[in-house]
Write a protein that binds this ligand. Structure first.
Ligand SMILES: Nc1ncnc2c1ncn2[C@@H]1O[C@H](COP(=O)(O)OP(=O)(O)O)[C@@H](O)[C@H]1O
Ligand SMILES: [Mg+2]
Length: 233
């Protein structure tokens, strides 16, 4: 089964008299547990596409399906619960809460969901991401790579089924970027989390199982196309 699909997805922005078709009719499907990179030049619509797929923004046309259920069928409250419990997000700028320690940042989504910590899962996460000795520092005392690893742990804290990452290595030096990429691959493999990652960096995209290229809001290449609605797996 496809965990995520979209059909004829569209998003337009209006600036003055101009209409920008940021996402211009995208149809795609993602297999459970897969790792897909979405690549393309700056301004091609990658981030907008990710925001639509993850329910952060509403489409002007078309539909996104999570486990075959249209996101349009969720009300705002249901959509935020879905995003909080089933989706994780990693951003280029880490977006950690500066006043909270690494530990508190990671547990924030669990607390917002009024749930208890799964101690064994927490230990597994921080072990995988090699941040055991960074948990009691504030973000300002951590390197970029360490902050991003805390942010990845936070994104995984609620055991999501899909992890969305937008240019997760964009602010990192080459070495830290490679470390973060190998940890994301580990997380995809070990936890079975479906990974959808946006990058304009070909070296990063090459580490995925599938590369979708976007130009001017349209898919122009797909290294391993998956037919929406099909059972081709
Ligand atoms: N909130 C917005 N308002 C107006 N235009 C936007 C907005 N977000 C994105 N755009 C425009 O949509 C296009 C795609 O942007 P984006 O999805 O951020 O591309 P990418 O992530 O590939 O760099 C660009 O032309 C951008 O200027
Ligand atoms: Mg972008």
């Amino acid at each position: 089964m496809h965990i995520l699909e979209c059909r004829d997805l569209r998003k337009e922005y209006y600036s003055g008299e101009n209409v920008i078709a940021a996402v211009d009719g995208i149809t795609a499907a993602f297999e459970k547990g897969s790792f897909t990179a979405i690549t393309g030049p700056s301004g091609s619509g990658k981030s907008t596409f990710l925001h639509l797929l993850s329910g952060l923004e509403h489409a002007n046309g078309g539909e996104v399906y999570y486990n075959e259920k249209p996101l349009g069928g969720y009300n705002d409250n249901q959509l935020s619960v879905l995003r909080r419990r089933r989706f994780g997000f990693v951003f280029q700028a880490y977006n950690l809460v500066q006043e909270l320690t690494g530990y508190e940042n990671i547990l924030l989504p669990v607390m917002l969901d009024r749930r208890k910590i799964d101690e064994a899962y927490f230990q597994k996460l921080v072990g995988m991401l090699e941040i055991e000795d960074r948990l009691h520092h504030l973000p300002s005392a951590l390197s970029g790579g360490q902050q991003q690893r805390i942010a990845i742990a936070r994104a995984l804290a609620n055991k999501p089924s899909i992890l969305f990452a937008d240019e997760p290595t964009g602010n990192l030096d080459g070495r830290s970027g490679r470390e973060v990429m190998s940890l994301l691959r580990l997380v995809n493999r070990e936890l079975g989390v479906t990974l959808v990652l946006v990058t304009h960096d070909q070296g990063v995209a090459d580490q995925s199982q599938r590369i979708i290229r976007i130009e001017d809001g349209k898919i122009t290449a797909d290294s391993k196309p998956v037919t929406p609605g099909g059972d081709d797996q």
